[in-house]
Design a binder for this molecule. Structure first.
Ligand SMILES: NC(=O)c1ccc[n+]([C@@H]2O[C@H](COP(=O)([O-])OP(=O)(O)OC[C@H]3O[C@@H](n4cnc5c(N)ncnc54)[C@H](OP(=O)(O)O)[C@@H]3O)[C@@H](O)[C@H]2O)c1
Length: 248
């Protein structure tokens, strides 16, 4: 199945977790994939190598998305590689942190919004000149935006902002034939949700899910690849819940 042959894709935060799985899924479907990373150069190299070994085309690309000019730098580097056309943007890079409301500092709050909201906003802005009819943007929301889980208020608010941006971006960019959607995972046992690797964490996650197994990054990546493809050509402005039926 090579539904994305000839397409170019950028996946942010593709060195690990859900971003890594999404980069591999897009490459498997035939896309040329730019593997963005922040600190994990070696991990990004491994993702690029895996794609190339399977016959695909890939390069790694660095940028600190917490920096105010991070998205601008990343967009410049992306445009230098893909030239005039980017078909798929997966704005996946994110940070989290369970902190009680009383313990939340301004620094923690600002960092969350810088990486999770400001960076995707300005990345979309800066890449718009090279996105065209048929391009697809996928942002990462979260179950936390729709259900009060743990001590995640500030993080959850960043994902609520993503759901709002999806609607505004989709409404504005539809005229240009660009679709914009989000996926909202539940608990996925990555570095970010390392508590889910403990027995208590697994019990918590499976206890709130209709489907009684732990999620894997591939489960989310499959939905990302679907939304990026022409199979999802009539879907825009939506947040797709990809959470095994969590908190139904
Ligand atoms: N895991 C879950 O349970 C879950 C649930 C719902 C939603 N999500 C969302 O899914 C997305 C991916 O999460 P994940 O679980 O895969 O996280 P993860 O395993 O912790 O990976 C995070 C990725 O983001 C990158 N990143 C973080 N800060 C960055 C920065 N300042 N500059 C550049 N890159 C940065 C990291 O790159 P480097 O390591 O190279 O720096 C890494 O590739 C996030 O948006 C998250 O909010 C996750």
């Amino acid at each position: 199945m090579s539904t994305l042959t000839g397409k170019t894709a950028l996946v942010t935060g593709a060195s690990r977790g859900i971003g890594r799985a999404s980069a591999l899924a897009l490459a498997k479907a035939g896309a040329q994939v730019l593997v963005h990373y922040g600190r994990g150069a070696q991990e990004a190299d491994a993702v690029v190598a895996e794609i190339r070994q399977a016959g695909g085309t890939s390069e790694k690309i660095a940028a600190d998305l917490r920096a105010a000019d991070g998205p601008h730098v990343l967009a410049q580097r992306t445009r230098a590689i893909v030239g005039g056309r980017l078909d798929i943007l997966v704005a996946n890079a994110g940070i989290s942190g369970a902190v009680a409301i009383e313990e939340t500092t301004v620094e923690h709050f600002d960092n969350l919004f810088a990486v999770n909201v400001r960076a995707p906003f300005f990345l979309v802005q800066q890449l718009l000149p090279v996105m065209c009819k048929g391009s697809s943007i996928v942002l990462l929301s979260s179950l936390a935006a729709h259900a009060a889980l743990g001590t995640l208020a500030a993080y959850a608010a960043t994902k609520g902002a993503i759901d709002t941006l999806v609607k505004h971006f989709a409404a504005t960019l539809g005229e240009r034939g660009i679709r914009v959607n989000a996926v909202a995972p539940g608990v996925v046992p990555t570095d970010m949700s390392s508590f889910a690797k403990t027995e208590a964490g697994r019990d918590f996650a499976i206890g709130m899910q209709a489907l009684k197994r732990m999620a894997e990054p591939d489960d989310i990546a499959a939905a990302v690849a679907f939304l990026a493809s022409d199979e999802a050509r009539w879907i825009t402005g939506d947040t797709l819940h990809v959470d095994g039926g969590s908190k139904l």
